[in-house]
Ligand binder design. Structure first.
Ligand code: 13P
Length: 341
């Protein structure tokens, strides 16, 4: 696949007024989400829940550019036998796949983590591509504590992201490069200034490693955290989050990158929407700015569904509403009063 094909997919993933649905919760994470609604995490329940989201056809067509899947979902069929990937393609949604094997303890560090999954990745990517995946995701996690992040943790995660990204491009797959500086880690009492500094350092390390690995920046999507105070620190205004996030991105993200799709990282649905909208209202920017939310797109739908088939219409309308609000935010046009309109 040529460079221009990769750029075309990347640009489609961040198309105006659309964003990405992160539905790639690992088996452990989806179990946690289902526990919150008292639903056992069986393969069938996971299938039913995700099928229900993917069959919200109008919202998928209008507001969602791509969906990040967990490996199980890439191989799964809907109740009527249609592969779930085909449901996405029918709505012109690009299928993607989480390919990392999760964050594991980093040797020699005080509780820091490094993401694993590079061994055998070339072969796995070929398999995912043959099953229809056009983009991938790898998440590196950077925690802030009195003793972290260490240079080692930032470097190790940046290096792994770069090796992953280059392997993806070799396989004709667009890498979502996700270095997440946690807001909701422990103790979570750090200031927004600290997050800004750590995010800047992390982005510098990531783009340095991407350059060394020869990754073509026009064929990636960056998935960063917003610049927020720790979850247990005094919170910042929407304006401050927007300004500080933009300041860090302008100084540390090359303009060759076609798009930035934020993670929600424990923000409430409305915060995640409000922050994105405030940033886009301050545009134009050199890159598209949109969403790649997991929790902030699904929380309302998950609660409305509660594991019951008869709740599917209510859950779909909750999902469609959230997707519509975020699509407005991707254009900088969201307003609080539209939430109840
Ligand atoms: P959240 O939006 O719930 O943070 O999840 C996005 C994601 O894909 C994390 O890797």
């Amino acid at each position: 696949m040529s460079v221009s094909d990769l750029s075309e997919i990347a640009r489609k993933m961040v198309a105006p007024g659309k964003g990405i649905l992160a539905a790639d919760e690992s088996t452990g994470t989806i179990e946690k989400r289902f526990k919150s609604i008292n639903v056992p995490s069986t393969e069938e329940n996971r299938r039913d829940y995700r099928e229900m989201l993917f069959r919200t056809d109008q919202a998928m067509r209008d507001y969602i550019s791509g969906v990040i899947l967990f490996e199980e979902t890439l191989n799964q069929k809907a109740a009527d036998g249609t592969p779930l990937v085909e449901l996405l393609k029918a709505d012109d949604v690009v299928p993607g796949i989480k390919v990392d094997k999760g964050a594991k303890p980093l040797a020699g560090s005080d509780g820091e983590q490094v993401t694993e999954g590079l061994d055998g990745l070339r072969e796995r990517l070929a398999d995912y591509a043959s099953k229809g995946a056009q983009f991938a995701k790898w998440r590196g996690v950077i925690a802030i504590t009195p003793s972290a992040p260490s240079r080692n943790a930032i470097f190790a995660n940046a290096h792994a992201l770069a090796r992953y990204a280059r392997l993806c491009q070799e396989a004709g797959i667009v890498p979502i490069v996700e270095p997440e500086v946690l807001a909701d880690g422990k103790p979570g009492d750090h200031s927004i200034e600290i997050t800004a500094k750590v995010t800047a350092n992390t982005l510098d390390a990531v783009f340095d490693q991407l350059a060394i690995a020869g990754v073509d920046l026009t064929g990636i999507v960056l998935k960063p955290n917003m610049v927020l105070p720790g979850i247990n620190a005094p919170q910042a205004s929407v304006e401050e989050v927007a300004e500080r996030t933009l300041e860090v991105l302008r100084a540390h993200v090359p303009t060759d990158v076609p798009g930035i799709a934020f993670l929600s990282g424990g923000q409430t649905d409305r915060q995640a929407t409000a922050h994105l909208s405030a940033m886009n209202a301050r545009g134009p920017h050199p890159w598209a700015l949109t969403f790649s939310y997991g929790r902030a797109l699904q929380a309302a739908a998950l609660a409305a569904w509660a594991g019951r088939r008869e709740n599917a219409p209510a859950a779909q309308s909750a999902f469609a509403h959230r997707a519509a609000m975020n699509a407005l935010a991707a254009r900088g046009e969201w307003r609080e009063d539209l939430e109840s309109a």
